[in-house]
Ligand binder design. Structure first.
Ligand code: EPU
Length: 338
């Protein structure tokens, strides 16, 4: 277990925001978590769990002990008639893990290519892209309890997955460290091609039955065309969740704004495209201080260079107010504001 003091977190959050961790512990295995739990000084101290830092907005220095999850490992644990089960260390980079599964001939994650962050962070917010969510490929995970030091295995029901949500953002927030995630990749492979952008790629290419690699390439092309690479422009992906409204609310909004992008939900409600709402309020390309709204996708807030967390929060509040003023809808941030 490696304990460090006064560590800059700027390289460890994809927004590139300045903040310092008073104490940072690198977690490379489950035993490291138990060592923290048993530690005379840090055992009972509040903890802050850091994965790839792709879903946080740091507005201040971090006094709780930062546990930086660096557990490695990729292996196929079971080959069944109906699925492959793969196990990944929580510290593995998500996109590289997706690439690895394809190289091993284990398709099923390609729609979630290029999602930033680590494997361990993927279940926390139930990442999703292009018609697929982590929960659709989830088998189970191992997590270590930060009070007892005991390892528990949770299945999908216990993780209580929702839209960009899970038990790790609620009852277990800061209480449990995910160390390993097992995914279930169904056999035979069936491509997921329903999402509009993918359907368009399929039509343009004239390929009726794409391979997993083809779908992966399409997803990478779509993302690279409209989402900024955090290595070049600091950002945390979508900054707000897509709001869900009732049928009556949706009808009312369509009455006023017939162009509004909306999708029917299984429960009768409608999901609205937050990016469209923000765009309609004229925010695309605008800035407050050094924080801005990305030119190609209004749902993504970016660091134009030297931004602070409070500038990002000020921009986010201004956007929320203008969307509320025009549409009567409250946008909810997707990343965790610290
Ligand atoms: N739109 C605009 N203007 C904009 C942005 C979007 O009019 O500035 C419209 C688009 O034309 C489209 C609709 O809004 O009709 C939806 O846009 P897009 O397909 O880009 O998807 P999104 O709803 O903005 C969601 C996820 C993304 C995920 C994509 C693809 C959320 C909050 N975001 O974005 O996830 O990659 O779908 O599945 O659910 C993330 O969570 O960090 C993330 C990037």
């Amino acid at each position: 277990m490696q304990i460090e003091s006064a560590v800059s977190l700027r390289p460890y959050n994809t927004f590139g925001l300045p903040a310092v961790a008073r104490t940072l512990v690198r977690i490379r295995c489950e035993a490291d978590v138990r060592r923290v739990v048993d530690h005379p000084e840090f055992g009972r101290a509040p903890k802050f769990i850091l994965g790839g830092g792709s879903n946080i907005v740091l507005t201040r220095d971090i006094a709780p002990v930062v546990l930086k999850i660096e557990v490695e490992g990729r292996r196929v644990v079971e080959t069944r008639d109906d699925a492959w089960i793969v196990e990944l260390g929580a510290g593995e980079n998500w996109h590289e893990a997706v690439v690895w599964t394809l190289q091993q001939g284990l398709p099923g994650l390609e729609n979630m290519a290029l999602v930033p962050g680590t494997v361990g962070a993927a279940p926390v917010q139930n990442i999703g892209a292009y018609g697929l969510e982590l929960k659709d490929r989830f088998h189970s995970l191992d997590a270590v309890d930060l009070v007892t030091g005991r390892t528990v295995t949770l299945d999908a029901a216990q993780c209580r997955f929702g839209y960009r949500d899970s038990v790790f953002k609620n009852a277990l927030a800061g209480k449990s460290v995910i160390t390993r995630v097992r995914l279930r990749l169904p056999r035979p492979w069936q491509p997921v091609l329903g999402y509009a952008d993918i359907a368009r790629k399929r039509q343009d290419s004239g390929i009726e039955q794409p391979t997993p690699q083809q779908v992966f390439d399409w997803v990478c092309e779509i993302r690279r065309a409209k989402l900024p690479d955090p290595a070049v422009i600091g950002n945390a992906g979508s900054f707000f969740k897509n709001p869900v409204v009732t049928q009556e609310q949706c009808r009312d909004i369509i009455g006023r704004d017939p162009e509004i992008v909306h999708y029917p939900m299984p429960d009768g409600g409608f999901k609205l495209a937050a990016g469209w709402l923000i765009d309609a309020c004229g925010w695309k390309g605008k800035s407050i201080g050094h924080a801005g709204v990305y030119e190609k996708q209004a749902l993504v807030l970016v660091n134009r260079g030297g931004a602070t967390g409070s500038e990002v929060v000020t921009l986010a509040r201004a956007i929320q107010e203008s969307v509320y003023g025009r549409f009567g809808i409250r946008l909810e941030p997707e990343p965790v504001v610290v």
